[in-house]
Design a protein around this ligand. Structure first.
Ligand SMILES: [Zn+2]
Length: 207
C-alpha cells in the first residue's frame, strides 16, 4: 500500500451513507467518529487500521481478550495486531455490538442462501480500501455495530434481530492516527439489517 495521506481538515463533517453504501476517512489522534443508526436494526460493518506504516490492522481476538468481552460497548478499546489501542468507544446508546459474525460476502451469500448477490459488505470493503491502496488480503474480521449475534454457553451463535432503535449511536475516539472504514450492510437474507437496509449518519468531529 502507499502512504495514507491526511484529508483536508475541518472541525466537523456529517454525511448520510445511503442503504448499502460505504465510507472511509483518516482520523487523527483525538478525532471523534459518530455513527448513528437512523432507523434502527441496521448493521454497520467496521474496519480500522493504524494510518502509519507498516499496516497495523484491527485485531478482534486482542480486542476480545483485553476487554474480556465477546461484544463491544461503551468503554471498549479496539486493539491492533501490535496490541496498540486504535480507538475507544466513548458513547454507546445501544449497548451491544458484534465481534463474531464478520462481514457478508457474495461468496458466503451463495453458500448460505444460494443467491448470486452483487452487493455485500466484503464488496464494499474491497472498493473502499482500494481508495487507500489496501488490497482485499488485508480485510480482517470486523466489528458489526448495531448487529445482534447472541452466543450460548454451548457455543451456538446465530444472527438475530437487532436491538438498536432509531437514533441509536456510538462515538469512537481515535487514540492514534487511523483509517476507519464502514460498510452500511446491504444484507437482505438475514436480520443483520432488519431485512430492509436503511441509511446511516456519520459525523467526524476533528480534535
Ligand atoms: Zn453485510
Amino acid at each position: 500500500m502507499s502512504t495514507i495521506e491526511a484529508p483536508v481538515s475541518g472541525t466537523s463533517e456529517t454525511e448520510i451513507v445511503p442503504a448499502g453504501g460505504r465510507w472511509s476517512r483518516r482520523l487523527e489522534t483525538g478525532d471523534r467518529l459518530r455513527i448513528t443508526d437512523l432507523e434502527g436494526q441496521q448493521a454497520v460493518d467496521f474496519l480500522c487500521y493504524g494510518a502509519d506504516l507498516p499496516l497495523d490492522r484491527m485485531n478482534l481476538p486482542n480486542t476480545i481478550k483485553v476487554n474480556k468481552s465477546l461484544y463491544v460497548t461503551k468503554g471498549s478499546r479496539i486493539y491492533s495486531d501490535l496490541a496498540r489501542v486504535l480507538m475507544t468507544v466513548e458513547e454507546d446508546s445501544c449497548g451491544y455490538h458484534d465481534t463474531l459474525a464478520g462481514c457478508c460476502s457474495n461468496e458466503s451469500n451463495k453458500l448460505r442462501y444460494d443467491v448470486d448477490t452483487t452487493a455485500s459488505c466484503r464488496s464494499n470493503f474491497i472498493a473502499e480500501l482500494a481508495k487507500w491502496a489496501i488490497g482485499p488480503s488485508e480485510i480482517v474480521p470486523n466489528i458489526n455495530f448495531f448487529m445482534r449475534v447472541p452466543f450460548r454457553e454451548d457455543g451456538h451463535v446465530v444472527i438475530s434481530d437487532g436491538i438498536s432503535k432509531p437514533g441509536d449511536h456510538v462515538v469512537l475516539k481515535a487514540e492514534r492516527p487511523v483509517l476507519a472504514v464502514l460498510s452500511n450492510c446491504p444484507q437482505v437474507h438475514n436480520p443483520a439489517a432488519g431485512l430492509k437496509p436503511t441509511p446511516i449518519e456519520v459525523t467526524v468531529v476533528r480534535a
